[in-house]
Design a protein around this ligand. Structure first.
Ligand code: SF4
Length: 622
């Protein structure tokens, strides 16, 4: 269920009043208690088995037998459950089977079954710390009964109609779906909206007045780099800062955490707080207090290994090079950026802009490494942001790669179309055009827009200037709490296509402790893909949702054969076992990951004013 008109809302409200799963979820959100008896209401048979179980192994056997009985039923010829509910029920049974497995308990380091059995046996109120787990378990067992309830609408029944009538009926139904989608997309402003353009022009003038510049300075990227804003007093002359934002900026400075906003990017922020349109833009660059405190604690350990979630230290055969795949490797020639993203994967090593240059010996050694590794046909040049390099150095680097006959493709990873589009000068573009010599060497740009509000006429120009020369521009988005509402990422994809950028990857947020507030459950990224991205044309949803496994590389999230839900932790985190990308090619270790509890995510969404009933099917993305 995605969109609710009034009738649907009242039907849903009455159904929800009788639905114990939703009752438990709402109780949790309101911080109210509930007891284990709620499971009896959802699945009396499973509840009874747990009541009768004498110990954990007995409980395991009983639930196992119940799973077998249910699977047999769904495969029998007297099964009357709707086809799609049956498919979902079988998936839930598979997940339940995983969850009660001894092997998976060992792998996950916890036992959902033990916790649930204890709750049922105690006949007491569910302890606060276990509520998240029990809610997820309740939805799962409800799914095994073929009663997920996610299908409150049916596609029109076309039987008995002439072909033309059927076509019209189906077309009307598709119109309804499209219009709901368009309606939601339009609730997200983009920086191409006329009113936003006008407001930003005023902000631009204010910034120029405060910093003492003119319009020529504005279109000079060096002026922006020389005027990166790091001071809360100056920033607050241009935009209103919340007390929390102000404190964060001061604390970042005190702790030595990289912070800075390019004047251009500052112009994308609304002058006042609380407008609900620029939340993603602010969150991208103004750190959160909690996050800074965690970083400070982690840094105190004297080791960066806690911040290096991707375990790059184990995938760097030589300084400045990272290799996780057979034919592509990463080269990091510059270690700073025009400004710093608050959830940067390399936050443990990115330096201040003036310190970003690498020493020539390391660059030379890395180049020799690439020359000597003829299997590498593609290089992702990233950093930091390699396009901050001076034109001359960039040209040298491109020439050097151009001389390696085995390197066929260079991907330039840069956030400059988003944070400093004026960097794409005629001279820079001429350097890129010269290096772009298909079929010998193809250059493409991979950027990182996070929200439609980041798009602007200047961003459009920078992308179009590249595209006109034949250089493709792709986008890698991180799916975060700031862009995860219904159709928010669809709005981004459509806006990107409008300016000439092709969506490439959508990354699940990493389990980096210091960026916890950005994290969204994997189930939500899968739900977005199926229920939102699927509605728009194929050329606008070219991105692939991925989970980046530390030390191993990308796992394609929508491929069920690439991960298993193996447990729900006592704290309500789904525990996944991810398979390495080289599965079926070589034996390699799997990776166990604890996700964000779904009920906690929905609680945060509710606090933000989101109607959480619109996310109801999230539990069934396993
Ligand atoms: S542009 Fe990339 S490297 Fe630089 S701070 Fe952002 S995420 Fe990190």
């Amino acid at each position: 269920m995605i969109w609710l008109d009034e009738d649907m809302q009242s039907t849903l409200a009455s159904r929800q009043r009788q639905d114990q799963c939703i009752e438990a979820l709402h109780a949790f959100i309101k911080n109210e208690s509930f007891d284990g008896d709620i499971l009896r209401g959802v699945d009396p048979e499973l509840y009874q088995e747990l009541v009768m179980a004498e110990n954990l192994d007995d409980a395991r056997n009983r639930i196992n037998n119940l799973i077998i009985r249910r699977i047999d039923h769904y495969h029998s010829d007297d099964c009357s459950v709707d086809d799609l509910e049956r498919v979902n029920a079988l998936s839930c049974l598979q997940a339940l089977r995983n969850i009660i497995s001894r092997r998976n308990e060992k792998r996950a380091g916890c036992s959902t079954l033990f916790e649930v059995w204890k709750i049922i046996q105690s006949e007491m109120e569910v302890p606060y710390q276990r509520r998240l787990m029990l809610i997820d378990f309740l939805f799962l067992v409800r799914g095994t009964l073929g009663k997920s309830g996610i299908y409150s609408e049916a596609a029109p029944d076309l039987s008995g109609h002439t072909s033309q009538e059927a076509s019209r009926l189906r077309s009307d139904y598709l119109d309804t779906i499209a219009n709901r989608c368009i309606g939601r997309v339009l609730t997200y402003s983009t920086g191409l909206d006329e009113s936003v353009i006008r407001s930003r022009e005023k902000q631009r003038q204010l910034i120029l007045n405060v910093l003492g510049g003119d319009i020529n300075d504005w279109y000079n990227y060096r002026w922006h780099l020389a005027n990166i804003l790091t001071d809360a007093d100056v920033i607050s002359q241009i935009i209103e800062l919340s007390p929390m934002e102000e404190e964060s900026i001061l604390l970042a400075k005190k702790l030595g955490v990289q912070f800075g906003i390019s004047p251009y990017y500052l112009s994308l922020m609304d002058p006042k707080i609380g407008t609900e349109t620029d939340h993603a833009v602010r969150a991208q660059v103004i750190p959160k207090l909690d996050s800074l405190r965690v970083m400070a604690e982690l840094k105190k350990t004297g080791s960066t290994k806690f911040l290096d979630f991707m375990k790059e230290e184990f995938t760097s055969p030589i300084s400045l090079v990272t290799r996780r795949y057979p034919m592509i490797a990463i080269f990091k020639p510059y270690n700073s950026c025009a400004q710093f993203c608050t959830y940067c994967q390399r936050n443990w090593e990115i330096e201040a802009p003036t310190d970003g240059g690498r020493d020539p010996e390391s660059i030379e050694a890395a180049m020799r490494w690439f020359e000597g590794h003829r299997a590498i046909s593609e290089v992702l040049v990233t950093g930091g942001d390699p396009l901050i390099l001076e034109d001359g150095l960039l040209q040298e680097m491109l020439d050097r790669f151009g001389g390696m006959r085995h390197v066929k493709h260079l991907r330039l990873g840069t956030r400059l179309p988003v944070v400093l589009p004026m960097r794409f000068t005629e001279h820079l573009i001429s350097i890129l055009v010269e290096a772009n010599r298909p079929p010998e060497l193809e250059i493409s740009v991979v950027t990182h827009f996070e929200h439609p509000y980041e798009i602007s006429p200047d961003a459009l120009k920078s992308v179009q200037d590249l595209r006109k020369t034949g250089i493709m521009v792709y986008n890698q988005q991180v799916f975060t709490f700031e862009n995860c509402r219904r159709f928010e990422t669809v709005a981004l994809r459509l806006a990107l296509k409008q300016i000439g950028v092709d969506p490439y990857y959508t990354f699940n947020t990493k389990g980096k402790e210091e960026t916890d507030h950005f994290r969204v459950p994997i189930a939500r990224i899968l739900q977005e893909r199926k229920e939102e991205a699927r509605l728009i044309p194929g050329l606008s949803r070219t991105d692939e949702p991925v989970f980046n496994i530390p030390g191993l590389g990308k796992n394609h999230l929508r491929a069920w054969q690439h991960h298993d839900l193996i447990m729900i932790s006592p704290e309500g985190e789904r525990v996944y076992e991810f398979h390495p990308w080289e599965k079926n090619i070589a034996l390699a270790p799997t990776y166990v990951y604890r996700d964000v509890p779904i009920a906690r995510f929905l609680q945060r969404m509710s606090e933000r004013g989101e109607p959480i009933e619109e996310y109801e099917s999230i539990w069934y993305y396993l």
